[in-house]
Design a binder for this molecule. Structure first.
Ligand code: SF4
Length: 96
């Protein structure tokens, strides 16, 4: 449905008949780490992310995976090759 809160006029899956169903009833503004990202949209309510309603949460565990201005660093093996993060997590759980 069409947003009637912070990103009025844009289509949003969190919008329902009774208003925004996201935490606190609206999107959160972007955070400092988002600066430079192409997904930032700005209106009179502030700066918001076009693809995620809570940008601060996207940066809690490292680089936002939707960011256009920064790339997450993939873990490296001892041989200097890139490690598949899913395989690394599986190995780590087996070793534990
Ligand atoms: S995609 Fe990530 S970095 Fe870009 S504005 Fe949204 S939350 Fe911020």
């Amino acid at each position: 449905m069409e947003c009637t809160t912070n990103r009025a006029g844009t289509q949003c899956k969190f919008m329902g008949k009774n208003g925004c169903t996201f935490i606190a009833g609206a999107c959160f503004q972007v955070v400092e780490q988002c600066e430079g990202c192409d997904r930032i949209t700005e209106n009179e309510a502030g700066k918001f992310c076009a693809v995620y309603p809570h940008p601060e949460m996207k940066w809690k565990r490292g680089v936002c995976n939707f960011a256009t201005h920064v790339k997450a660093e993939l873990p490296q093996t001892d041989q200097g090759t890139t490690l598949n993060p899913l395989k690394a997590a599986k190995r780590a759980s087996r070793a534990g």
